[in-house]
Design a protein around this ligand. Sequence first.
Ligand code: ZN
Length: 258
Amino acid sequence: MYWHCCQQVAVAKAFTCPSTARAASATAQRSPRLCPSECTTSYHPSIMGTREEEYKAILARYLPQSAVEPIYKFISENRVQFKITPSRNSKLGDYRCPTPLHPNHEISVNGDLPQYFFLMVLLHEIAHLNTFLTFGRNVQPHGHEWQQQYRNLLIQYFNGGHFPPECYPLFKNYTSHIPLNRAAGQALEQTLKRYGLPENKEQYMILSELPLGTRFRLKTKPERVFKSIEKRRTRYLCEDVHTTLRYLVNGSAEVIKC
Ligand SMILES: [Zn+2]
């Protein structure tokens, strides 16, 4: 089923873009909030470096690896409040333009989407952001202006090697002209949905994504089981459940939930 963001509705004060189709599958439910202004994590020297690295580590769980850098750059430069949500029946993603109450651009994408389809949905929402920046609110949500922005992004990311090359003919069909061909878009997204997450992306999580009290194993020390006790700025006080010894572990450490 072809998915749509936004019914053709003009909103007086703030343009929002709720996608309306159901996500294809319900896998792990993860909901990290990716907002540069809210990330305060620093790192254990043996594991990491900067909070930028934690942000990218989270993005890498949902996006094709090669797309992490350009997406991070875009989000940072535009101060986008980016939220990865649990699966929503009502939509795959949305965009909200800045308002006096919420001065940042806001984008959300369902976290259960396969990585290439996740990227496609994210680009759909970024196209809304770019359309807002270029034309303001007085254009149709999925009108000519948005389609041009979306097409440009798809071309940029396909040519950048961020999508599977074997999808290129479908991509070419979809982006060959404006207005975008709906059936061609449907064929492209159905194909992209078949590319799942790599196995390790399903298995490993980032410590900061786990609720406090969750038992986990560190990727680097899988033989030991820890439990997070409290957050201390950028690190977490964790206890070895067998020895009761306590350690500070960086929030971006890769872990396996027990
Ligand atoms: Zn939309």
